[in-house]
Design a protein around this ligand. Sequence first.
Ligand SMILES: CC(C)(COP(=O)(O)OP(=O)(O)OC[C@H]1O[C@@H](n2cnc3c(N)ncnc32)[C@H](O)[C@@H]1OP(=O)(O)O)[C@@H](O)C(=O)NCCC(=O)NCCS
Length: 350
Amino acid sequence: MGLRFRSAEVEDAEWMTEAVNNPEVAKYLITVYPCTEHEVKEYMKKRLKEEKHKWIIAEKDGEPAGSVTVSPGEGRTRHTAWLGIYVRKKCWRQGIGTALMKEAVRVAKEFGIRRFMLGTFEGNERAIGLYKKFGFKTETTSKGLVYLDGGWKDSYVMGLDLAPCEPRITKTALPQRTKGSILTKQLQSENLTVRQLMDKDLDEVNRLQNCPESTKSTTKIPPITKEATKKWYEELSGRGGSFCCGCFENQKLLGYTQFSGGRLPFANVWVEEILIDMKAKPTATTDSLIASLIGFFERYGYHRIFGEIPETSQVIVRSLEKHGFKKTGAFKGYYFIDDHYVDALTYAYT
Ligand SMILES: CC(C)(COP(=O)(O)OP(=O)(O)OC[C@H]1O[C@@H](n2cnc3c(N)ncnc32)[C@H](O)[C@@H]1OP(=O)(O)O)[C@@H](O)C(=O)NCCC(=O)NCCS
């Protein structure tokens, strides 16, 4: 078989549109079909601009046969990368998926990636068989994440070690938990307001994004410039279905949650970032933000809430569990915090 690899180009949008609209390919991707060539093109233009993102095409006898992406994480997760793969239906079972996986692993190693991650759905035996062949193991099972073939199906996140993640945080080094009754009393005595972030809050957001201790629950590493905060806020506002709620005491921002509301087949709330001022009232702030997130979820009838948080962010972990979130697994060594690799605990709320 004459197989060669090359980088993706915007011109690939044509065959890709045909490939990702094939029902048997489409149903296991996170893109929702039918999608137009224009949509595919716009998406490609955006991704191809990203410096670290690598998009590889496999050509069989001169014709495009499949695609794999390697998307490295940022900041505290920059030692990780996420993989996405598909092969044109007419080219299945000819070893192209295997060849693309080998190439992706080679590229990820070249980038210095230590942990390779991917997500897949219940029932996708072809892909799961392929991933297992490369040594990927399931780290998280998110129950009912996607609506497929007339029912809610589970999603799995699988991980592969490409290099050791050492040193790991030890259990005894994790911050100690506070008793629940104390938390409740503290919350009742606070006078906090939760509302959508607004343009006038950007200086406060930037102050918070520059607190080294507070950013440890996120991928962000200070210093964060005012321009970067503004860009983050504008991108958030420009994406349909994305929200950011802040918790305030008077005009002072004590923390925020960034989240998005997905559409079918992913009609869930996705927690993207929780950043809390650890020097002010962290417990009461987190409780207020989580309660307001659940309020949003209930008001609009979403199916589940999903999120992940470093195991070291015990104030947030504690609040999630207190509000009824259930642990679904852990991405191993996903964050690098204070010179240690730390698991990301994954949670779901129903
Ligand atoms: C998953 C996919 C990429 C596999 O591509 P492919 O080119 O057919 O894969 P290969 O021919 O290299 O086969 C690789 C391995 O997949 C597994 N596999 C393939 N078909 C399978 C099937 N019907 N049942 C179980 N395992 C299967 C086997 O482990 C196989 O290895 P083997 O041939 O040594 O037994 C392709 O089927 C696809 O694009 N599916 C739709 C999109 C998708 O699901 N993407 C992944 C989203 S998470």
